[in-house]
Design a binder for this molecule. Structure first.
Ligand code: GAP
Length: 444
């Protein structure tokens, strides 16, 4: 057994994510910054593939959806209006001895015993801590210039409701979707990408008539489940949790959490909420701008209600990595690879010359790589180390197909294609390669 084999599987995945350029610690050379992570070259591709799939499925492939990309820093009155300035809080308590801070609701029984889980010291009284990051807009730094980094993308949608209605005159029901960054000054960021201070959300506000809310809640519940299937998550790992009254956000009349069986426990992956007309009504009152909707046929005017499917992108990346991480034995070696759906894999096809010091092989491999790139496959070229090592590297990235140009290629124009999951190889004619790959790989 190698040393890595003795570490918990979650640590092995975090280590692979770093080694293969998926995710690095934020500001690593300065010792990091708690709750921040940077995506490397492979992580960006994986994340973009997920975003593109989501956008295609929920925006481009539908007639009832409109996309926006709103500013991260919004007028602070937005956050006052919907109760975030006063109420976007988590309960915090501090150890009087070691000064470490904890979320009171994460302490379980220790909260009652008032003992610090780190040093055993006495915990102080629990108080509410606002999680919004503050900044100042403009040159003057006083209370009049305070603004917040948005803690949810949702409000960028609500404040553009009237703009979208005025530009497109959509019929109800319709949705507005957004993908973007959100920021929360989490008390205890933890578990890699799970709880971070800067993250991305993919959110939809789906506007409906009040009497339709139960019907559309069910529709979105199914759509969210379908989404988890489309990104390859095993359904045994997905659990729906009905969130009870006291645990629901102040704006929600019903919430279901889609939980995932993470190695550190069953935890929220996504949320589905019925936000009623809370946000549009609150913004109407605070801004004095009428955010009601007029039905063109009946002439009826009312404030629409909202179903909100909310998807955390970084938690999606984490779940996809966890789900894909596989170990098997190939030959007599333990092999680690990412069994990603081909349309999410950061690289679709890797091309190798069998030997890097044989110029004919290298030239042919470069030419083939260029042909495949022009066919819009996402490709990698690798001539570093022996073929076994190159396969291992691509396996850890999750590349579905590896192509080797070898001496037989020079004789009969065939190449070796190796399948990531089975490790099996077959010879394919070079001029049939495009079709062959197209059949084996799906794209978003
Ligand atoms: N607009 C509704 C909303 O923001 P939420 O349950 O607070 O609801 C929605 O967040 C999703 O955003 C979560 O289900 C999760 O996927 C993601 N999320 C929330 N806080 C996060 C954090 N600190 N780090 C990473 N993802 C987070």
């Amino acid at each position: 057994m190698t040393k890595e084999q003795d570490t918990p599987v979650f640590d092995r995945i975090v280590s692979l994510a770093k080694r293969r350029g998926f995710v690095y610690q934020g500001s690593e050379i300065y010792g990091g910054l708690g709750g921040t992570w940077d995506y490397g070259p492979m992580g960006v591709r994986l994340k973009n593939n997920i975003k593109n799939l989501w956008w295609k499925k929920f925006v481009d492939d539908r007639m009832d959806m409109y996309g926006v990309d709103a500013a991260i820093i919004m007028n602070p009155r937005v956050w006052k209006a919907v109760g975030h300035v006063d109420g976007f809080t988590d309960p915090l308590c501090e150890c009087l001895k070691c000064k470490r801070r904890f979320r009171t609701d994460h302490l379980g029984e220790r909260a009652e015993s008032k003992k610090c889980p780190e040093c055993g010291g006495e915990l102080g009284e629990s108080r509410q801590f606002n999680m919004m990051f503050e900044t100042h807009v403009g040159a003057v730094r006083d209370s009049s210039s305070i603004a917040y980094l948005r803690p949810e993308t949702a409000q960028g949608i609500f404040v553009n409701f009237k703009n979208v209605v005025d530009s497109f005159h959509p019929k109800l029901p319709f949705g507005i979707a957004q993908i973007g960054k959100a920021f929360r000054n989490e008390i205890t960021p933890r578990d890699f990408l799970f709880r971070t201070r800067e993250f991305e959300q993919m959110e939809i506000e789906y506007f409906i008539r009040e009497n339709e809310w139960e019907q559309y809640f069910e529709v979105w519940r199914k759509d969210m489940r379908e989404w988890t299937k489309s990104i390859g998550l095993a359904q045994k790992n997905i659990h729906e949790l009905e969130v009870e009254g006291a645990d629901r956000a102040h704006y929600s009349k019903r919430t279901i959490d889609f939980e995932y069986s993470f190695p550190f426990g069953r935890k929220e992956l996504y949320g589905l909420a019925y936000r009623t007309d809370f946000d549009l009504r609150s913004h109407s009152e605070a801004s004095s701008v009428d955010l009601s909707y007029q039905d063109v046929e009946s002439g009826e005017r009312f404030v629409p209600h909202v179903i909100e499917p909310s998807f955390g992108l970084d938690r999606t990346v984490l779940a996809v990595l966890l789900e894909g991480y596989t170990e098997d034995t190939l030959g007599d070696e333990i092999r680690r690879y990412l069994k990603l759906p081909s349309y999410l894999a950061p690289v679709s096809v890797a091309v190798f010359p069998l030997l890097r010091n044989k110029s004919e092989l290298v030239t042919r491999a470069h030419a083939l790589h260029e042909i495949l790139r022009k066919k819009n496959f996402v490709t990698a070229f690798d001539d570093n180390g022996n073929i076994g090592k190159r396969y291992r590297r691509q396996d850890e990235i999750g590349t579905p197909l590896c192509i080797t140009v070898d001496f037989t290629t020079l004789e009969d124009d065939t190449v070796t294609v190796r399948d990531r999951d089975s490790g099996e190889q077959e010879r394919v004619k070079q001029d049939e390669l495009g079709m062959y790959i197209e059949e084996r790989i799906s794209r978003v």
